[in-house]
Write a protein that binds this ligand. Structure first.
Ligand code: ZN
Length: 131
């Protein structure tokens, strides 16, 4: 297995940041052509997902749907960011993509997104490749 890290600087409280290009470049650096690529988020108020890379309103629709699903109040956690923790768990911490010919195998309309729910912050994402 080979592992590297990507830094993601988010600019808003909530946003989806397209990290597809950064993941491609990280995978190239790792030098393994075929296998499985995992993209893993090291945080409890953020997540990783794959979704449409064409119409940006898909991303804002997902963010607004998550906000309708997760109430703003009614939590015990004293830090005040419980909705972000809940959204992180709903979205998940990682995705796995087949790696073929040194490239993550993605559909035409698929992009890899870092999902910020408690920004803006500097975030760390691990990219690992297993042959
Ligand atoms: Zn918290």
């Amino acid at each position: 297995m080979a592992v590297t890290e990507i830094e993601v600087k988010t600019g808003r409280r909530e946003e989806f940041v397209d990290i597809t290009r950064a993941v491609r470049s990280a995978v190239e650096d790792l030098g393994i052509a075929d296998g499985l690529c995992t993209v893993f988020c090291l945080h409890t108020t953020a997540g990783i997902t794959i979704n449409e890379n064409a119409d940006p309103s898909v991303r804002s629709d997902i963010l607004s749907a998550l906000s309708r699903m997760v109430p703003a109040g009614g939590y015990e956690h004293s830090e005040g960011n419980s909705p972000a923790h809940v959204k992180s768990t709903l979205v998940g911490q990682s995705i796995t993509v087949p790696l073929v010919g040194g490239k993550p195998l993605l559909g035409t309309w698929q992009g890899i997104y870092f999902c910020e729910f408690d920004g803006p912050r500097r975030r760390r994402v691990v990219v690992s490749v297993t042959s």
